[in-house]
Ligand binder design. Structure first.
Ligand code: NAP
Length: 302
């Protein structure tokens, strides 16, 4: 059984593909009110290439007593540990938790909440967004890397992902992948918020992007992720070009008045620098500016 917490963008993307491959799926929703609106909607809708498909997947609240063997955690990074805390009493011995959160930091928080579960980390380039409650658009095909730094053996259920058509790879160095993605995010997303621009708008700020990248390279090397530091600036420039017309996820969050995952992205990078006593003046200044920007809009800074 796949228990999936969070019927948002990625939760829906995973739940619907697993269910249509004939695999058993149970959604976990936050409370009775959410469950009632889900029942009213009659299931999840996934929209692919303009075609909507409806999936009446079973759902329960966090309070349901059913034991959980495999949990796909599909909430935001700041919700991950509190969500798992509500479910620890339901986790079976040998339970596995698959973590879809962007950034770093939430994975350790979850592992502290559920010390006996195996935590498998994921980094995904798939893209999806909520068009309405329980209706999700599959916007960008991509790839998902999965890995467990504490146990390099892949889990047997990767066969389920193959069956469900979820493009994936077992990674022996998932932390490097997560760090690289975090570094790309730190070099691009905060600046797009502060300059209120699409990713392509950063072509106007090459020196600032280059300064941030050189600090990020030092940080990655200091944290032992030299492979993740290779050609970072070139990769950042490539992403800026390839996604020039897109608004970054952080820009979208801020412009729609939603909480950002800053504490698990730029905030995490700055804290890691402090832990290693590595001065990161440009990243720190960017963090301070971003916090002030969020504060001025009444958005949380953590
Ligand atoms: P999302 O659309 O906001 O969905 C998060 C879901 O988690 C919401 O449905 C929310 O419930 C649910 N949730 C939060 N706390 C819960 C709890 N205690 N119990 C039950 N449900 C709970 O977020 P997302 O876009 O899927 O993002 C999830 C993670 O994936 C983020 O870290 C994001 O950065 C990462 N990611 C997303 C994409 C993408 O394209 N969307 C791509 C790559 C990575 P409510 O509906 O009740 O609020």
């Amino acid at each position: 059984m796949w228990h999936i917490l969070g019927a948002g963008s990625l939760g829906t993307l995973w739940a619907t593909r697993l269910a249509r491959a004939g695999l058993p799926v149970q959604l976990i929703l936050r409370d009775q009110a959410r469950l009632q609106s889900y029942q009213h909607a009659g299931g999840l809708t996934l929209i692919e290439q303009g075609q909507a498909q409806h999936y009446p997947i079973a759902a329960q609240t966090t309070e349901h007593p059913q034991p959980i063997q495999r949990l796909l955690l599909a909430c935001k990074a700041y919700d991950a540990a509190p969500a798992v805390a509500q479910l620890t009493h339901r986790l079976s011995p040998g339970a596995e938790i698959l973590l879809l959160q962007n950034g770093l930091g939430s994975q350790d928080e979850v592992a502290r909440e559920a010390p006996h579960a195996r935590c498998i980390m994921a980094s995904s380039t798939e893209g999806a967004f909520r068009q309405a409650d329980f209706q999700v658009v599959f916007a960008g095909h991509g790839h998902t890397w999965l890995g467990d730094p504490l146990d390099l053996q892949p889990p047997a259920w990767l066969a389920d992902l193959r069956k469900a058509g979820i493009a994936h790879e077992w990674s022996l160095d998932i932390l490097s992948r997560l760090w690289r993605k975090l570094a790309l995010n730190c070099a691009i997303n905060p600046l797009t918020v502060l300059h209120d621009c699409q990713n392509g708008g950063l072509r106007e700020h090459p020196a600032h992007v280059a300064c941030l990248c050189s600090e990020l390279v030092e940080l990655l090397q200091q944290c032992g992720h030299c492979a993740a530091a290779e050609n970072l600036l070139e990769d950042v420039q490539r992403v800026i070009e390839a996604t020039a017309a897109n608004y970054s996820s952080m820009h979208q969050d801020v412009s729609q008045g939603r909480r950002t995952e800053i504490a698990y992205l730029l905030g995490y990078a700055c804290n890691a620098g402090q832990r290693h006593q590595l001065p990161l003046p440009h990243l720190q200044a960017l963090h301070n500016q971003l916090l002030a920007h969020l504060n001025a809009r009444g958005l949380p800074s953590h």
